[in-house]
Design a binder for this molecule. Structure first.
Ligand SMILES: [Mn+2]
Length: 343
């Protein structure tokens, strides 16, 4: 039964939470190594899948402390596994697809956003195409076992566990994206063992980390000058993935990540997002909550973007750069809300 539901979970971020527990752990144990294609239902691979699921059951019991076991260092451990519960909203500024794109891969604890740079429209190029292809290729790259961090440094157990390396994902996605245009990109991946968040960012998309509804971290943006972000693309003047800013951040269960394009970040102060988080998603279902929160944050950002008078992060940054701008900035708005939970 669980196996039959697999494709829905892989491609549909709106999974049911108890099921996510299952795939999250099963994935960590065997998926990457066995290279099982989620879309492949050959009986042979079904057997592999069952094998990983049974491993999961054992690990699950272990991590809940019911059965004690020794790790590779001979010490008795009781560790929690981290998961990401996600919800997202995209509000395109026109009724078309817009120029933002994003993906959510809860199974690999990886999320990403991209923002196609609008200047290309003058040349008849839809920069949204580039952003969408980039995110589509990133989603595929997340499932490539070569992009799993295989750090075997014998420092701590967390290093031993393969987590998706967002820098490798970005590099592969970039190499495969052949559309004309350019785009910012921000990809986050959570290590399920250690709870360490690994982030890469090119340009002015970004994320904030909230703990107890207070912002504790905001990623920096990369701009050449005001309103001109670093951007990935295939033209000579475009940036390459090796320019990406990169960071590792320790999260704790309960932390909320809010990842978005500049349509979010230019229109919402962190304090405004805090207020939305304090109000909460209103439901008991974590998964549903993140979607509701993303929707509330995005809609407030949309409201602010139409505001012609009140200060916004965009108007403040404009002023700092010596430009006059009042109110918000009308733009495509992408918001992903992800909560770190421990199993
Ligand atoms: Mn934008």
């Amino acid at each position: 039964m669980l196996i039959a539901k697999k494709p829905g979970r892989v491609e549909d971020p709106r999974f049911v939470f108890p099921e996510k527990q299952t795939i999250g752990v099963a994935d960590g144990v065997g998926w990457a190594k066995t290279d099982v294609d989620a879309g492949d239902y050959a009986g042979e691979q079904m057997m592999l899948t069952e094998a990983t699921l049974s491993l999961f059951m054992l690990k699950y019991v272990n991590h809940n402390g019911i059965i004690n076991h020794n790790n590779s260092y001979g010490q008795e451990t009781k560790r929690n596994l981290h998961e990401m519960v996600c919800g997202s909203v995209y509000l395109a500024k026109d009724n078309k697809l817009g120029e933002d794109a994003h993906f959510i891969c809860p199974e690999k604890l990886t999320i990403g956003v991209a923002d196609g740079v609008g200047g290309w429209a003058n040349k008849g190029i839809d920069a949204g195409e580039y952003a969408r292809e980039l995110m589509n290729n990133a989603f595929i790259a997340v499932h490539n076992p070569n992009n799993i961090n295989e750090q075997k440094r014998k420092r701590k157990a967390a290093d031993m566990i393969g987590a998706v390396d967002p820098r490798k994902v970005l590099q592969e996605a970039y190499a495969k994206t052949k559309e004309k245009g350019s785009s910012t990109a921000c990809i986050l991946s959570l290590n399920k063992e250690s709870g360490v968040l690994h982030a890469v960012n090119v340009g002015d998309s970004g994320f904030l980390l909230f703990r107890n509804n207070k912002v504790v971290y905001q990623s920096p943006t990369q701009q050449r000058r005001f309103n001109c972000p670093y951007q990935l693309g295939n033209s000579i003047s475009s940036d390459r993935p090796d320019c990406a800013w990169e960071e590792w951040i320790q999260t704790v269960p309960g932390d909320m990540l809010v990842l978005g394009t500049d349509g979010l970040l230019d229109n919402m102060f962190p304090s405004e997002i805090e207020k939305v988080l304090v109000q909460g998603g209103g439901g008991g279902d974590l998964d549903l909550d993140c979607g509701t929160l993303a929707s509330r944050i995005a809609n407030l950002a949309l409201y602010n973007s139409f505001d012609k008078y009140n200060p916004s992060p965009f108007s403040e940054n404009a002023r700092k750069a010596g430009f006059e701008h009042k109110g918000g900035k009308i733009d495509d708005i992408t918001v992903i809300v992800a909560q770190v939970v421990a199993l």
